[in-house]
Design a protein around this ligand. Structure first.
Ligand SMILES: [Zn+2]
Length: 202
């Protein structure tokens, strides 16, 4: 189902993350070697504490480039068993001022082929005042909830952030697995990121 160009995009994206992670690890190592006399000169700091700090510092690149996700991720298919809307209310700050925000998520409960159940955020929508939210994710959740229903098939592909949904009897949108944008089902390429769209008829 995945085309060559999408596989190429995924592999490039994964390779980039691994290379950036390795570069950051090398930079930390260089820093530690260069400043070793200063770092290890504080006799008051027990070796145990240095080891703990070392572990934390060295785990940062792995977390930053989501390397554990690469190891845990896999390709799977499933079926939607429930569609829920979850509302998140919080505050964000710009220049010391706090602003309230509301974010609505369409949360799907998906039963995988192997019988396990997972929760997937199919779509997140914010309110218009929130400039930090992607323009294509702004809007009313009610306008999007019809895009998903119980019984929809879900395809997850290794290394992709977004799932592909086959909505019966007819897909009104084809969701891009690279950026998540909904596209007209007749389109071959995503309007938002120009990557290839998957075919709903598998
Ligand atoms: Zn896209």
């Amino acid at each position: 189902m995945l085309s060559k160009s999408l596989k190429k995009h995924r592999n490039k994206h994964i390779l980039k993350r691994i290379i950036l992670c390795l570069l950051l690890l090398a930079a930390i190592t260089f820093f530690v070697i260069y400043y070793r006399e200063t770092i290890f000169s504080y006799e008051l700091v027990p070796p145990f504490a240095i080891a703990c700090i070392g572990i934390v510092v060295y785990s940062v690149p792995f977390i930053l480039f989501k390397i554990p996700l690469l190891l845990l991720d896999s390709t799977w298919t499933g079926v939607v068993t429930a569609v829920d809307i979850k509302t998140n209310i919080g505050t964000y700050s710009i220049g010391g001022k706090h602003y309230p925000y509301t974010k609505n998520d369409i949360v799907l409960t998906v039963r995988k082929e192997n019988g396990k159940t997972v929760k997937c955020i199919a779509k997140s929508l914010g309110v218009k005042e929130q400039k930090w939210i992607d323009p294509h994710t702004v809007g009313k959740i009610e306008n999007h909830v019809d895009e998903f229903s119980v019984g929809d098939k879900v395809y997850h592909f290794y290394g992709f952030k977004y799932n592909f949904y086959v909505h019966e009897p007819q897909n009104e949108h084809k969701h891009c697995i690279v950026c998540g944008a909904p596209n007209n089902p007749n389109r071959e390429y995503c309007l938002n990121c120009h990557h290839e769209l998957l075919e709903t008829k598998a």
